[in-house]
Write a protein that binds this ligand. Structure first.
Ligand code: ADP
Ligand code: MG
Length: 278
């Protein structure tokens, strides 16, 4: 849960405010502070979303303000030390139904639109992966993402069995045998499906995912539990883009998600053979 600072927050302008930017007060501010695409703002309005939920108020500035900020989970967990580790950029814990989907989707759509504008080669590759534990959840995320991105250039696609992702070349062989190649900005799927895809096409690891700069683990506690952990980490480790940013979203802090996140980072660093690890 993201702590809502509201009015008291504006009183205290400490150094901390650099790490903890002012929460949002309204969706209108997204346009004023971050110049989000007008069309996306209209889509939010058309959804009937009048005010951001608490988790959106807190998480949106963290994801939109700066490329390198850490969010401290605050849901009855004020004593949890600031999350400050390499690998995971944001860990958000907020109850089911609190609007986490929109909280990660708005920054994804906005950032990817911006990045495409500065580097057009990025427009030909998948920029973001959202992992969710079930097909149904993935479908809900795609629905919400599509409503949000409607009328923008950003495409949100649910990963299906046998799907192949475009790898960024000019025009990819349409004459080639095999399943069609999908060009999408945001791919949403379960770890199992994506992992299968990676295993089937080895070149994929270097090719179609090389542009992935955003990894979202929704229901991260589940994605890191023993059932999914290995696949989730294998996917994570196959993402080689140096600008990769990772966010974890969960409904439960009661579990050892923080620990899971930290051990995940070590596992990842070991797998990459990076540093000594501390
Ligand atoms: P979570 O992932 O935290 O469990 P969801 O993202 O699934 O929650 O959102 C729960 C519901 O709240 C969805 O039906 C969504 O459309 C709605 N919702 C999201 N943001 C807002 C908002 N700012 N105002 C009103 N409803 C919202
Ligand atoms: Mg959710």
């Amino acid at each position: 849960k993201v702590k809502r600072k509201g009015k008291e927050g504006s009183k205290a302008k400490t150094e901390k405010s650099q790490l903890h930017p002012q929460p949002l007060c309204s969706f209108r501010e997204l346009g004023e502070r971050y110049a989000i695409p007008k069309r996306m703002a209209a889509n939010i309005h058309d959804q009937g979303y009048a005010t951001p939920t608490e988790v959106q108020l807190g998480a949106l500035p963290l994801l939109l303000d700066s490329p390198s900020l850490y969010l401290q989970p605050a849901a009855g967990a004020a004593d949890v030390p600031p999350h400050n580790s390499d690998g995971v950029d944001l860990l958000t814990v907020a109850p089911t139904g609190s609007g986490k989907t929109l909280a990660f989707m708005i920054p994804l759509v906005h950032k990817i639109s911006q990045e495409r504008r500065t580097d057009e080669t990025l427009a030909r590759m998948t920029s973001a992966i959202v992992l969710a534990p079930t097909k149904e959840l993935a479908g809900q995320i795609v629905n919400e993402g599509r409503k949000l991105a409607s009328g923008t250039k950003i495409k949100v696609t649910q990963l299906r069995k046998g799907m192949r992702l475009a790898s960024g070349g000019t025009q990819q062989a349409g004459d080639e045998a095999g399943p069609p190649i999908v060009k999408t900005d945001i791919i949403v799927g379960t770890p199992g499906l994506l992992h299968n895809m990676l295993e089937e096409e080895d070149e994929l690891k270097q090719m179609s995912l090389k542009g992935v700069r955003h990894l979202v683990l929704d229901e991260a506690d589940v994605l890191l539990d023993p059932l999914f952990r290995e696949q989730t980490l294998a996917i994570w480790n196959s993402l080689s883009n140096p600008d990769l940013r990772v966010s974890l979203w969960s409904a439960t802090m009661g579990s050892n998600i923080e620990e899971l996140a930290r051990s995940t980072i070590h596992t990842r660093r070991d797998a990459l053979g990076a540093g000594s690890g501390d």
